[in-house]
Design a protein around this ligand. Sequence first.
Ligand code: UDP
Length: 244
Amino acid sequence: METVNILGIKINKINMDSAVETAKSYMADGGFHYIFTPNSEIIMAAYKNGDFASKINSADMCTADGIGVVYAAKILGQPVSGRIAGYDLVMRLLEDLPKIGKRAYFFGGAPGVADEAKEKLEKKFPGIEICGSANGYFDAEREKEIIADINEKKPDLLLVCLGFPKQENWIFEHKDELNVGLAMGVGGTLDVIAGRAQRAPDIFIKLGLEWFYRLLKQPSRIGRMMALPKFLFTVIWKKVTKSK
Ligand code: UDP
């Protein structure tokens, strides 16, 4: 798969349909795979921390989650085919699970969120099999129980929704002990499926302004969101200084 290197992170230049097919092939081939969906904030964190960067780069696939990443690829002269938000990729996969006879496990979110998400999905995608769930607030002992439960259920798809960087670190740390086809680190996805958080209206997403909508809804995220301009500035700065 072709990639573009953005501040040391390899982002796959894949479109949504190919990402869905690739993810399904990961679930089918009998091995363990994982996908991360880096946005500007994650790439900036990886840029500052080589250890975290190598964890992100160890994934089978990294999609461009966020308009900042799409712009960065364009600035570097290697455009990706568009944004692939973790939530959108997950919804495409969940929709197809009953058709391909695969099962999912939900890990993360506050107590109750995964069960609410499961209930919503069973109505939306009849026949879907969510074989287990665990909330994302655990101590070491509970973590062992969660891993044992996941391995007993052997899900084809494991959604790890612990927020960044916890989910990426968790998947990397446990990659050799998970009896799973495909794990994905996908932040607040379960909150959105459960209806506890809302995505921006389509018009914001289409205009590349989902970040602005989130800022309006949660002004306290302003600190985190400063990663976006810092990220684009760093990409431009690196490009300009390299070309001199
Ligand atoms: N979360 C969790 N365990 C933790 C910290 C966070 O399960 O120790 C969950 C939290 O409940 C929320 C998600 O992780 O559902 C983080 O969502 P957010 O939208 O902040 O994701 P991010 O933008 O950080 O990827």
